[in-house]
Every structure is written in structure tokens, then in C-alpha cells.
Write a protein that binds this ligand. Sequence first.
Ligand code: 5AD
Ligand code: SF4
Length: 475
Amino acid sequence: MPDAIPQRKVHIKTWGCQMNVYDSVRMADVLAPLGFSVSETLDDADMVILNTCHIREKATEKVFSDLGRLRALNEQRRAGGRDELIVAVAGCVAQAEGEALVERAPVVDMVFGPQTYHQLPEMVVRVLERRGERVLNTDFPVVSKFDHLPEESAGQGVTAFLSVQEGCDKFCTFCVVPYTRGAEFSRPVAQVLAEARRLVAGGAREITLLGQNVNAYHGEGPDGRVEGLGTLIRRLAGIDGLLRIRYTTSHPKDMDEDLIAAHGEVPQLMPSLHLPVQSGSNRILQAMNRKHDRDAYRRIVERLRRARPDLALSSDFIVGFPGESDRDFADTLGLVAEVTYAQAYSFKYSPRPGTPAAAETDQVPEPVKAERLQSLQQLLNAQQLAFNRACVGRTLDVLVDRAGRRPGQWSGRTPYLQAAHFSAPDDMAGDRHGRLIDVQIVEAHANSVAAVPAGEPDGRPDTAGATARAERHPV
Ligand code: 5AD
Ligand code: SF4
């Protein structure tokens, strides 16, 4: 009889974008055949993976402070006669700072980048067999990891992520992604469809297609010809049981006619779109190497709204890019006022090692960045609240992905990605999880809306469950 595989636990901590969230789920899939199950806590874990983000300095600093805590924890374990945790650093900090991590943080056993986690079993076995040996694996393999990942071992639930494209060839001058994630790559259509079908069979009702430049998707189709994201979305819309499709994150330059048309034609494609512009100043857009100007962006937005008039737009903004003047910043505020956003993320420019903008001499002082961030966020928050308020009185469908704290309370997202909370007191026994429920929006908050089931006008809005949106950046 073969030896039973020892049962072990892995705790995975994820920072940054949805791509990292997806990668963490897939790392768990890769480790499952080795007897690893996921633990929500460190206490009973045998291994910890920090899946890291390098996009801004703050995100990177957090990794090093976590490593300090893990060193102390391992000392405690050693003193108490327990096995030490295997410590792995994955993701974009691992890719960018691999050697420095191995040198500066002796607690780390394993460092691997976003393109090599399909090799986790070999790495883990090496570390387990020879404790003390350290593994550094930050290659960009020629063969895609997607050809080697096992099938997903568990469903992701009602709302699932599916990575279809990775990497970036745009080289915006502030951004580390082209260096940490590598060149643009699209998964073949058949591979994406097969994964989507499995996700739906596992209970997914909404799939968000992920990519650093997801609308640059150009996967090989069944007949060998390359297909764009619009075509992929139309194919996905043919999957029975898949009620909603979203995609993130997009570059304005790759917003082609077919994809824009899909917004008007595919009912499953939700009317919300994250289309980062970063700045409203032509001078800064050029210095950022964004490959589009302010007018080109406005025209794309116009075309999108012609295809789908109720489209809820979202964006990323950077304030205090090197050389940004008061006038440039005023142009950003002007563009925001003109376009109007349902939601947005904004950041102070953070110089990243190795990127061209970090070497510029005309860096903007920190207090100026802080002041600009505050006024931009004030405007964006007001627009978000106005968008939520404009929904009051409307009937929208909510895909229920969570039960509330009390029986009969439910939460989910509207088509516009607003968090919505409602109570269904007449139907306490009915399980609404995973269902699309028509609700009437009755109250607007900054980060959510309260609703009552449509046709149940006496139901009371559920404001107790209102929570802030998760603070994740959206690449
Ligand atoms: N500084 C500040 N923000 C950045 N972003 C990317 N790089 C930087 C940086 N160096 C922001 C961009 C991007 C989002 C994911 O993070 O707005 O769209
Ligand atoms: Fe690529 Fe987006 Fe980074 Fe620009 S901001 S380099 S498009 S990942």
C-alpha cells in the first residue's frame, strides 16, 4: 500500500489586485495533491505564502514588516518545540526583489514569481527534504504556467475570477507591472471556455475576466485564428447558467469597436467598466507614456455610452506625477467633472525602483500630493454618492453572494457593482444565495445601497449590513 500523504495546512495572505487573488486560489489548487489544505489562520499552518504587490511603495513595505513578525513567530515555535513554518514569498515583490529578499530576510525559505507557481510542488519538496535549503525561482518560463496548472480543486463561489490575459507591453513610465508580470500573454479561447464551464458547474453565476490589459486579449481561437475580448465575451455568454460577465482592467487604447459593440449587445455583460485614465492633462499623459490623450479618452467614453447609455464608469488616477503642475491637476479635476464616475481609485504617485519616472528630477513634494489627493477624492466621492442616489427608486437585480448576520438578510452586487443589502422578512427560510433577485433601491450610502425586494414594498431596508467596499486596487 502506498504511504498516505501527510495532511498539512497552508495559510495564504494576498495583497494587491484581483489577479493576485486568482493566483492565490490557483496556488492552493497546485498544493492540494501534496496534502495541503487552506487554513484561514497562521496558528495551525505548516506553511505560509505571502502573495505580494509591488505597485506602490507602501504595499512593498508591508511585506517586510510581515516577515519580521514571522521571524518572531518561528522563534516562538522553535522554543516551544514545534516545527517552524515554511515561509514563502510570491507575487510581484518576489519577482522584483527576489535576491534581496533571500539576502535580507533569512526567515524566507522560498521566493517565486507570478509565472512559476505551477512548480510549487518541486519547490516545497526541496525545502521539506532539505530544511535550510532556500529556493529562488523568478524565471519567466517559455511555456505558460496555464498549461501546467491542475484543474481547479474547489469552486470559487457565486462570483469567480478567471485570468485570461497577463502581463503588459505598454510601459507606462510609473509602472512596475511590465517588469514583474512580463510580456503580454493571452490564454487560448478553448482553455478559457473550459475553465469557465467548470466554474459555472461549481456554482459560479458571475465571472470576472482578469488581465493586466484584459482588453488587449488576443487568444488563439478554435480555428487557429486570433480572437479579441469581444468575441470571447460573446462565446462565454453562450454558457448556460452564467448570468453575469465582467472584465478588468482595461487600457483605453485597446478598447476596440467589437468590444464596445458587445456592451450594447450582450445582456450578460454588466454595465460597469473600469477604464483607467490616470490623468486629465495631455502633458502628463504624454510623460506617463499612456499612448492616448484626453480627447481620445473622452471619445472612447462617448462611444461606450452610445452603446450602453447606463454604463457606470470607474477609473484609476495618479496625482503628483513628476512635473505635475497646478494647471495639470486642474485638468484632471476638469476631466473628472466632465466624464463623471460611479466609482474610482486614486493614488499619490509613488516612485518605483527601475521605472523611468522614478529617475525624474522634478518630483512633486509630498504635502502637495496629499492636498491634491484630498481634493480629487472629495470630487470622486461626491460623484459616487450622486451615482448611488440616482439609483434610489430604481429596480435592479442583485446577485446574492452573502447571507447577512441575521436570518433573512442578504447582500450582493447590483449590475453597476454597487454593494447592495436587503432583508426579505417574508421569506426567511428561502435560500437566496447565488440567485438574481430584483430589488428596489431605497437608500444610498457612500459605499453601498440599501434595498427591499421588488414587490415587497413594506420590507424594511437593511442598513445594518452596510459595509465599505474592499480596499483593493483594481489591476
Ligand atoms: N504610483 C502610484 N500609483 C500607481 N499605480 C501604478 N503604479 C503607480 C505608482 N508608481 C496605480 C495606477 C494603476 C493602479 C493599479 O495603480 O493608477 O492603474
Ligand atoms: Fe501596463 Fe497598466 Fe502598468 Fe500601464 S499602468 S504599464 S498599462 S499595467
